[in-house]
Ligand binder design. Structure first.
Ligand SMILES: Nc1nc2c(c(=O)[nH]1)N[C@H]1C(S)=C(S)[C@@H](COP(=O)(O)O)O[C@H]1N2
Ligand SMILES: [Mo]
Length: 198
């Protein structure tokens, strides 16, 4: 067996960084408008569409099983951040609670600032997506989507809707805010799906 050490090392250090990305230790804020004022007291999460309609307040929602997630995140503006730590409720759990119909093919996430984004159901099931309620052991800062944001780390970060208000399960694909304004419909960082025709 031949082990080429240089090659192995290069692969290891690059293996984490998707093409066209650089690593940052900062946590930039990217929002389309001002940060909406959403408190834990005023926050609620609704489930609608092809599911049993549900609405949970903060206390109800945070009584669901909370998972720890440690993973890298990738923003379309080319920064990646390694080993970020989050706590959240899995979308699997939410889908089970709301008895989401198997006719649903996509999720539309709705936010308190009017933002929307679309994700295929396959990308939110099987421990791939959460409603995050903590970042690095603390409440999520308002600018980063607190009290609760969607968290789908295997896709570019614009799919992780901040100030999450509702999860709508639908049949068929309905592009969201950025997806109708030039961003890629799916957004896989490893395939560099940044813009519509990538
Ligand atoms: N509700 C809402 N969610 C949003 C956005 C937004 O403007 N509103 N911006 C998106 C974009 S374009 C990115 S890159 C990430 C940025 O998250 P951050 O500000 O925590 O870094 O949030 C996404 N989620
Ligand atoms: Mo973004």
């Amino acid at each position: 067996m031949i082990i080429n050490k240089g090659f192995t090392q290069k692969r290891t250090s690059n293996g984490r960084l998707p093409p066209g990305q650089y690593e940052t230790k900062d946590f930039p804020v990217l929002s389309l408008g001002p940060t909406p004022r959403v408190t834990k007291e005023s926050w609620a999460l609704e489930v609608k569409g092809l599911a049993t309609p549900m609405k949970w307040n903060w206390k109800e929602f945070t009584s669901f099983p909370i998972e720890n997630i440690k993973t890298d995140i990738h923003c379309v503006t080319r920064w990646s951040k390694f080993d970020t730590m989050w706590k959240g409720v899995s979308i699997d759990h939410i889908m089970k609670k709301a008895k989401v119909s198997n006719r649903a093919t996509h999720l539309i996430a709705h936010s308190y600032d009017g933002y929307t984004t679309n994700i295929p159901i396959a990308d939110i099931m099987g421990g791939k997506a959460w409603v995050a309620i903590e970042y690095e052991g603390k409440d999520i800062e308002a600018d980063h989507g607190g009290p609760a944001r969607l968290f789908i780390p295997h896709l570019y970060f614009w799919k992780s809707a901040k100030w999450l208000k509702a999860l709508e399960f639908v049949q068929g694909d309905h592009p969201g805010f950025w997806e109708t304004r030039g961003y890629h419909n799916y957004g896989d960082p490893w395939k560099e799906q940044r813009y519509t025709f990538d």
